[in-house]
Design a protein. Structure first.
Ligand SMILES: [Fe+2]
Ligand SMILES: [Fe+2]
Length: 283
């Protein structure tokens, strides 16, 4: 059996299968799906509903009058915003746990994921990649494998008394567990039935090798995650990762070629900061 799949067995105990959230995610990605059917589904889950209302009333959407129901959101913000909010709320519930093995506090995985999603969606727009919702969702869920691997990674690190130094987290995971959070995340979301347009980029967000890594959505997610880590939105040692556009240009880092990114880098990063600053306060 593939190593990644071994960690998925029994995962429902660790991360309870979020049935309503998954159905909402699937409905939001179905371009023929009805928004009112999706709204009904959302209303079955009080946490999801509350979460969505909180987000809808954030400065990101900038409404003066309080939005007080899912129907209100549909009428006032329109279908695309409802989908965006549904995707965001459904994902946030899955990521708000402390990730000790990764040095992440509660909410920092969520902040990193939201930042990656917002930036990936901007990169996709500049690159003329049409399936914006999938890229955004892939950004939100790209590190979900860390939720699964947190405990085994902690336990095995103690057992194996590891003193080696690793240049990145993926190398460390592979050394300790024989797999990494990108592969495990992909395996988990596959068993949860999410579409390939979301799970493939997640499986390849730390590698540039392989056919799937060459897909535009994979390149976008890789770049978004890389840039967000460079900016330092991931809690661990933020000062070490302060990002300046000039520094970035001088780096010899091998990066995927995402159309129109090099020429618009500064505008893209500024646009990202504007969006993130008004969205990040929402949990
Ligand atoms: Fe990652
Ligand atoms: Fe990440």
């Amino acid at each position: 059996m593939e190593v990644a799949k071994r960690f998925i067995i029994g995962v429902d105990k660790l991360v309870p299968r979020p049935d309503i959230a998954l159905e909402v995610l699937t409905m939001a990605h179905d371009s023929d799906g009805s928004v009112s059917a999706m709204a009904q589904k959302i209303e079955q889950d009080p946490n999801l509903t509350a979460n969505m209302l909180r987000m809808a009333n954030s400065s990101y959407f900038g409404h003066m009058k309080k939005i007080s129901s899912i129907r209100d959101i549909i009428v006032r913000l329109g279908n695309d915003s409802v989908k965006l909010l549904a995707i965001t709320s459904a994902s946030s519930g899955l990521l708000n746990t402390p990730q000790k093995a990764y040095g992440l506090e509660p909410y920092s995985l969520w902040n990193h994921s939201l930042a990656t999603a917002l930036l990936a969606a901007i990169l996709a727009r500049y690159a003329d990649y049409e399936d914006n919702f999938s890229v955004y969702t892939a950004g939100l869920l790209h590190d979900i494998g860390k939720v699964v691997l947190n405990k085994p990674l902690q336990e095995e690190s103690v057992n194996k008394k590891i003193n080696n130094k690793f240049s990145n987290i993926v190398e460390y995971e592979k050394f300790v567990l024989g797999t990494d959070h990108a592969k495990v995340g992909m395996a988990l979301l596959k068993t949860w039935g999410l579409p390939e347009s979301i799970i493939l980029p997640i499986g390849y967000h730390h590698t540039l090798d392989g056919e799937e890594a060459g897909l535009l959505q994979s390149k976008i997610l890789y770049l978004a995650n890389f840039l967000i880590e460079s900016i330092g939105i991931r809690s661990a040692n933020p000062e070490k990762y302060m990002f300046k556009v000039e520094d970035f240009l001088e780096q010899n880092q091998r990066l995927p070629d995402v159309p129109n990114f090099p020429d618009n880098m500064e505008v893209i990063i500024n646009e990202f900061y504007d969006q993130f600053n008004s969205a990040a306060v929402v949990h």
